[in-house]
Ligand binder design. Structure first.
Ligand SMILES: [Zn+2]
Length: 385
């Protein structure tokens, strides 16, 4: 079968699978599980593939191979986990638990199940490995565990495909830029220690609160004044914690935040800048500062040949193809891209709310769109082999 016939057969089979995949999406959405606890989720998707006994990978993950049982294969990844977000969508299948599929992983999983079920109905020239990965949203990240596992490498994946919903792109548009498309992302914690005391006698205490506030303001100049303006980087502080009473100066104050860079080479200087601002600001105000930086995923780099090979297939699937979009989002899919030529395709769902928002709820059409994008990635990988 030539590639065009293969594509037509896969898309025809996919169309038959989509109604069931949409039902599966609702089931997954109403039963979200947090990172590392995706037991029901992984059982549900494996059962939907008729592979309830599929081998476990990286703890709660599963892999299911379709097509030729040996030889090189194309892996397609979907993520199993949800976020600690209290859902506010109001749909009948909303999650009541305080956990929520606010990153679209319900859509990605349902799409991958549909793709794998469709692929089973067609004679494939190379294996398709459905990878249901745990722990994308929280440390310890799941992708490095999958990449390092014998179960994954034994399948000989020579290309890895991912697809992720993206609110900055309109519906009907997909992005598959060559090169770096997501940032390296680290997390930092800053602790400022002073000396607690009575709010009415500040001269007898060393107040860490205004010092931490100055640190947070100072951090804003790392990107604006210390980083090459043609290089994207982000320093965002997400938490501030200090005392518990209005009339007590606390002994310490803590901030945690996210540090991102599209250029890996900028990472050490960004780390150093945080340490210097904290150290010197604390010194100027008689406090002690401590910085802890936990390195997260590397920058996500799409393989250039795989990206270019995907554009015609994505166009044929009816998408407008954006070949330039990149963002300071981060995804542990970056670890696959370090191990094998990989491609992350962003599938537009439009606004107004962003990923991780309590009202993020793309329509069910997104299931078919993500599935089509995954198929285009599989076909592109065949072209590249
Ligand atoms: Zn995600």
């Amino acid at each position: 079968m030539n590639r065009a016939s293969l594509s037509a057969a896969l898309h025809a089979a996919l169309a038959r699978e989509l109604p069931d995949a949409v039902s599966l999406r609702h089931d997954l959405h109403s039963h979200p599980e947090l990172s590392g606890s995706e037991h029901r989720t992984s059982a549900l998707v494996s059962t939907a593939l008729g592979a309830a006994d599929a081998p476990a990978i990286a703890g709660t993950g599963r892999i299911v191979r379709i097509g030729p049982p040996s030889g090189p294969c194309v892996a397609i990844r979907a993520e199993l986990d949800a976020l600690p977000v209290a859902e506010q969508t109001g749909v009948p299948w909303a999650s009541p638990t305080g956990a929520m599929h606010a990153c679209g992983h319900d859509v990605h999983m349902a799409a991958l199940v549909a793709v794998a079920r469709a692929a089973r109905q067609v004679e494939l020239p190379a294996g398709l490995l459905a990878v249901f990965q745990p722990r994308e949203e929280a440390n310890p990240l799941g992708a490095p565990d999958v990449v390092a596992s014998a179960g994954f490498t034994a399948q000989q994946p020579y290309a890895v495909i991912g697809a992720h919903l993206q609110h900055q792109l309109p519906p009907g548009t997909v992005a598959a830029a060559a090169g770096t498309v997501n940032a390296a992302a680290d997390e930092f914690e800053i602790k400022v220690d002073g000396t607690g005391g009575h709010a009415g006698y500040p001269h007898l205490a060393v107040d860490p609160v205004p010092v931490l506030c100055q640190v947070v303001v100072g951090l804003q100049q790392i990107v604006s004044r210390q980083t090459d303006p043609t290089h994207a980087a982000v320093v965002s502080v997400g938490t501030l914690e200090a005392g518990r009473a209005a009339n007590i100066i606390p002994g310490s104050a803590t901030a945690r935040g996210s540090l991102r860079a599209l250029d890996e080479a900028d990472r050490p200087a960004l780390h150093q800048a945080i340490r210097e601002i904290v150290g010197h600001t604390c010194e100027a105000h008689r406090c002690r500062g401590t910085v802890t930086i936990e390195e997260g995923e590397p920058a996500l780099v799409n393989d250039e040949k795989l990206a270019a090979a995907s554009w015609p297939w994505l166009g044929e699937a009816g998408f407008a193809v954006n070949t330039a979009f990149r963002s300071c989002g981060a995804d542990d899919f970056a670890y696959y891209a370090r191990a094998a030529p990989s491609l992350m395709i962003f599938v537009g769902v439009g606004g107004p709310v962003t990923l991780h928002h309590p009202r993020f709820l793309p329509g069910d059409a997104a299931v078919g769109q993500v599935a089509s994008a995954m198929l285009a990635g599989y076909l592109a990988a065949l072209d590249r082999s």
